[in-house]
Design a protein around this ligand. Structure first.
Ligand SMILES: Nc1ncnc2c1ncn2[C@@H]1O[C@H](COP(=O)(O)OP(=O)(O)O)[C@@H](O)[C@H]1O
Ligand SMILES: [Mg+2]
Length: 258
């Protein structure tokens, strides 16, 4: 398992106190761990499950892993006093660092996204996982410098209520599904859909007439099996304190949603 070897900086953006770190494979990652703003492992569980689900549907996201933040790094780090932020040693979530910037999506910047075909997948992903943290949060639209790609990051706030969901809230959402989380109706998503449709109309006019926004991704999702979904929930560190019943409820919810 990867180990954190150096803490490089505390990220200026983000409410979970994300850190840029170097690990035992000499690569850099953005780390999320247990600290004063992330008191339970739910945020880390959310990130791991969302990242695995993203890979299943082929959504552009950074490579991720579960790593270890050693106690010796917390106590010896001289750049940032991690103790002050309440960091706990143990398993953490790692997202491979990509060069790029968070992107404020507006009518000008939207034209520079080279992979605008990400839009249907991204929307479906956010709807299925009930991600409530992209609309209105420029930090979570990430533009990779290489190839001008938009990628999906920050899946701490899925399951509608981020770090406080449990078996009961998910079972309620299954019975009375929030038809679509309100955020998805927001102006950023709308702008992306407009740009996507404009490009599709221009490039593939013949297809455009027979397609709706989710035709392609819909076909892909139909091929995903329950076992594949179940695998998104394996090998979650004990230290994150997710009860078996919450984990089972999350798996059941995801199977029900997709
Ligand atoms: N894999 C990554 N590569 C490069 N930068 C990243 C990566 N993941 C996150 N970031 C940067 O770090 C910031 C904070 O990360 P994020 O996951 O959004 O944390 P939070 O949940 O605290 O908002 C992001 O806005 C983005 O600028
Ligand atoms: Mg964020």
């Amino acid at each position: 398992m990867l180990k954190v070897t150096v803490i490089n900086e505390i990220m200026k953006v983000g409410s979970t106190i994300p850190l840029r770190v170097t690990c035992s494979d000499f690569k850099q990652y953005i780390l999320k761990g247990i600290n004063k703003n992330v008191p339970t492992g739910k945020a880390l569980f959310n990130e791991v499950v969302a990242s695995r689900f993203a890979k299943l549907i082929g959504l552009d996201t950074p490579n991720t892993a579960i790593g270890i933040l050693p106690e010796s790094i917390i106590t010896s780090s001289d750049i940032i006093n991690l103790k002050k932020y309440g960091f706990k040693s143990g398993p953490c979530f790692l997202s491979e660092y990509l060069e790029g910037t968070s992107l404020r999506i507006n009518p000008v910047t939207v034209k520079y996204i080279s992979n605008i075909d990400i839009v249907p997948k991204l929307i479906l992903f956010d709807v299925i996982l009930m991600n409530t943290d992209r609309e209105g949060n420029d930090g979570n639209w990430f533009h990779v410098k290489k190839g001008h790609k938009l990628i999906a990051i920050d899946h701490t706030n899925i399951f509608r209520i981020a770090q406080i969901w449990d078996k009961n809230t998910l079972e309620q959402d299954e019975v009375i599904p929030p038809k679509i989380v309100d955020e998805i109706k927001g102006p950023t998503y709308r702008l992306l859909v407009q740009e996507y449709e404009k490009k599709l109309k221009k490039n593939q006019h013949h297809l455009y007439q027979h397609q709706h926004l989710f035709s392609g991704i819909g076909r892909k999702i139909e091929t995903i099996t329950d076992d594949q979904i179940q695998n998104c929930f394996i090998n979650i560190p004990q230290e994150w304190g997710i009860s078996d019943e919450d984990s089972e409820a999350a798996a059941k919810f995801l199977k029900c949603q997709y």
